[in-house]
Design a protein around this ligand. Structure first.
Ligand code: CP
Ligand code: NVA
Length: 306
């Protein structure tokens, strides 16, 4: 069997999404019952993170450990990569030690290059361009709360960033309506939108009006206004993004049973109000938990071939 990478979600099939949801729910249930898993016994999962992480790193490490594998966190500054060792060389060597490699990078090309030269599965744990694993567990959370995805209206309010791009990729396959509201000049990448539109027709809509995006929505998503690597732009972005705050007034325009999601970390009072983040419609803590269960399902699929 040839190895599979998770570089983006653009090549995922509907069946692959649903198989992962099914297994992640099963693993969640088994975890709650205290069942000990052994599907990745004697395997080693390496993690190299160029950027900070709380949830993704720790849930991947815990997921590997709970499946019987050894997680190996490799400091991005301590390998010879930091001294310009070429990726093709490092990738071929790491493939001989590890069974999977989880990468968080600035450049999407870094992940693509590792994918090209590694003989083991490579998993994108966030790049400037995409955050595919986050959207997999976020979709699991939507399934958990809403029971289905088809015909839902999912709103994205804020930056047309890595999270938005992965939502667009998912929407192009899964048949929900994705309505994105971003400030002028901060819309998603046109290439990502064009490729998605070829698959999905008119189900993905981009506008500059949060009211339009959120009206009648079943799910409201937001994220920080300045992503990792954009710290120098953070102050300038605040005034541009201010009308895009997810607050009680905006949420009141959505479906009355709408859920509010945020991948975290959140900046209370900026992209989301404290009242909404901690309010009854917020599902952010379940959303964060589901990263553990989804990452287990992903590692099983990629490493154990399950
Ligand atoms: N949501 C998410 O990716 O969080 P971390 O940056 O803490 O991993
Ligand atoms: N868009 C954010 C997501 C953090 C999980 C960033 O890239 O920093």
């Amino acid at each position: 069997m040839s190895k599979k990478d998770i570089i983006s979600l653009s090549d995922f099939t509907k069946d692959e999404f649903h198989n992962l949801f099914d297994r992640a729910f099963e693993l969640k249930d088994r975890h709650k019952k205290g069942i000990v898993e052994n599907s990745l016994a004697a395997k080693t999962v390496g993690l190299i993170f160029e950027k900070k992480s709380t949830r993704t790193r720790i849930s991947f490490e815990a997921a590997a450990a709970q499946l019987g594998a050894t997680p190996l966190f490799i400091s991005a500054t301590d390998t010879q990569l930091a001294r310009s060792e070429p990726i093709p060389d490092a990738a071929r060597v790491l493939s001989r030690y590890l069974d999977a490699l989880v990468l968080r990078t600035y450049s999407q090309d870094t992940i693509a290059d590792f994918g090209k030269y590694c003989d083991i599965p490579v998993i994108n744990a966030l790049s400037d361009m995409y955050h595919p694993c986050q959207i997999l567990s976020d979709l699991m959370t939507v399934m958990e709360k809403k029971k289905f995805l088809e015909n839902l209206k999912i709103a994205w309010v804020g930056d047309g960033n890595n999270m938005a791009h992965s939502w667009i990729n998912a929407a192009s396959v899964l048949g929900f309506c994705l309505s994105l509201a971003c400030p002028v000049g901060y819309e998603p990448d046109q290439g990502v939108l064009d490729r998605a539109a070829k698959k999905s027709g008119k189900r993905i809509l981009v506008c500059n009006d949060p009211v339009k995006a959120v009206s009648g929505a079943n799910v409201i998503n937001t994220d920080v206004w300045a992503s990792m690597g954009q710290e120098a732009e953070a102050e300038a972005r605040k005034s541009v993004f201010e009308p895009f705050q997810v607050n009680a007034q905006l949420v009141s325009l959505a479906d009355k049973d709408a859920i509010v999601m945020h991948c975290l970390p959140a900046h209370r009072g900026e992209e989301i109000s404290e009242e909404v983040l901690e309010g009854p419609q917020s599902v952010v803590w379940d959303q964060a938990e589901n990263k553990l269960h989804m990452h287990k399902a992903l590692l099983e699929m990629l490493v154990a071939g399950a």
